[in-house]
Ligand binder design. Structure first.
Ligand code: ZN
Ligand code: ZN
Ligand code: ZN
Length: 296
């Protein structure tokens, strides 16, 4: 190293590492493009890095109208937002999802975003569909502002794996045990995974079953019911602390023409409350895994 270079070397040594990195990134010729990409992802914490190319070709003439290659990007990749709905995974994408969902649900309740204002007077039910218990998990419960013991049981009572069945801790909100099974071997992980895997199918069947039950409660065939009432659904899937999906949903009754038409008088809130609980209880999805697990 020459004596001329030494002061430079010493200077960068004295600067914090992040500052050196920052200076390098900002002075990079590809910085502006990189910044534009990061901005386009909305500041996603874990963007997906895509590599490849796309061509738009005129099918008749074979002429290439537009081409794009990630190889031409400064980093050789295209950044795309991860779209994750969990704030713990990506604060930015989950916030976008939350805000979008809020607007959609709000429009479904009170109109807006292409939904007529009249819907605010239509009968609707707010429903929460939750997974069954797959075994006890650590919880934080408060009563009158006091944190209670997680799962008070006799202290000497143990499960078949020799672990205490209770937990006398008063968990802090940040306790990593919250949502974790009290005994991992007792916990029905297979059931939990199957619930998660079939949550979409369960939801779909719920919508069919609600329509069927509404019709039978109204004393009509499904066909006749559908001529008079349209049933609209809006749902938000959320992860509970125990990691399972649950749904918050709005079920709304409209006239046959949709949100701009009021439904007949008999299609009221009472009809919804009579139809939804039995419909929920009737929804099942059989899975090959569950059948074989029971059969063994
Ligand atoms: Zn993201
Ligand atoms: Zn506990
Ligand atoms: Zn156990």
């Amino acid at each position: 190293m020459t004596s001329k270079e030494e002061p430079q070397h010493r200077t960068s040594d004295q600067q914090p590492e992040w500052l050196v990195d920052l200076a390098r990134v900002i002075n990079d010729p590809g910085y502006e493009r990189w910044r534009a990409m990061v901005t386009a992802t909305g500041g996603c914490a874990h963007p997906v890095h895509l590599a490849g190319e796309s061509l738009i070709v005129n099918a008749a003439s074979g002429e290439v109208l537009h081409s794009y290659r990630t190889a031409d990007e400064p980093s050789g990749r295209l950044l795309v937002a991860c779209g994750n709905r969990r704030a713990s995974v990506c604060p930015s994408c989950s916030e976008v999802y939350r805000a979008d969902t809020f607007q959609l649900i709000r429009a479904g309740l009170s109109g807006g975003k292409g939904v007529p204002q009249e819907v605010s007077a239509h009968p609707r039910a707010f429903v929460t569909l939750t997974a069954p218990s797959f075994g006890p998990v650590h919880t934080r419960r408060e009563k009158n502002g006091t944190v209670r013991a997680c799962r008070p049981r006799k202290r000497d009572k143990v499960c078949e794996h020799g672990r205490p069945v209770g937990c006398h801790a008063h968990h802090e909100p940040t306790d990593e045990r919250l949502g974790q099974p009290v005994c991992g071997d007792c916990y029905d992980y297979v059931g939990a995974v199957l619930w998660q895997a079939h949550a979409g199918a369960l939801w779909h069947r719920f919508t069919l079953e609600v329509r069927r039950t509404l019709a039978s409660e109204a004393g009509l065939s499904r066909r006749e019911f559908a001529k008079r009432v349209r049933v609209s659904f809006a749902k938000v899937a959320e992860y509970q602390r125990r990691g399972l999906v649950h749904f918050h949903a709005i079920v709304r009754l409209d006239g046959p023409g949709g949100g701009s038409e009021i439904p007949p008088d008999w299609a009221d809130h009472d009809l919804l409350t009579r139809a939804i609980p039995p419909a929920v209880r009737r929804v099942t999805v059989a899975s090959p895994q569950a059948i074989s697990a029971d059969g063994i």
